[in-house]
Design a protein around this ligand. Sequence first.
Ligand code: B4P
Length: 193
Amino acid sequence: MFNLVIFGPPGSGKGTQSENIINKYGLVHLSTGDLLRAEKNSGSELGNKIKELIDNGNLVPDSLVEEMVKKNVANNKEAAGFIFDGFPRTTTQAAWLDNMLAEQGQSVTQMLALDVDDNELRNRILERGKVSGRADDQDENIINNRIAVYHKQTQPVIDFYSAQGKFVSVDGIGSLDDVFGRISDAMDKAMQN
Ligand code: B4P
């Protein structure tokens, strides 16, 4: 099994590049952002709580996200591996993922972190906000909060995977093909080991 964590700040291209990875490597895509937005749009009581957090650029509680991930992994028993996109976003989630996979005799194979500077992130997200309809993509204060939350709560996850020798930094600036070329090179190398 190849279990990939695709990591990076908001707007770094995790979702965009996940589509390329699925096409080439046939892994099952598990985007916590997509799962949470689906719950939010369902209008359920839980969805309304999630809306409040996402629309302000804050993280949703670990336990809630972990429950969603567990359910989706269990529903894909035949998978050749997973792309964890936007997850883990805290070191608590990272430790939980290790335990959950270990219970099935599995582990994270590699963590690829897309490296993009804050100015470029802001520009990309604002550009997407013109068409995405996402409240968290349209307001500069909320975008700045998302980036700040990333630096404070999410960036430490890099140290977690670094300590396991699984962290690989990928330059996220350039054309979609250029970035995907770098991702493929890193994944191919990990598959040979
Ligand atoms: P996500 O859905 O994960 O949103 P994101 O970080 O904005 O997405 P991504 O980095 O995938 O950006 P994309 O590829 O689309 O999370 C949304 C919210 O959900 C979070 O703020 C949080 O509230 C909540 N959440 C999600 N997971 C959670 C968790 N585990 N725990 C707690 N809360 C959680 O790229 C962005 C734009 O850039 C696109 O328009 C794209 O076209 C463009 N782009 C991509 N690559 C480019 C390139 N190389 N050059 C130019 N533009 C590029």
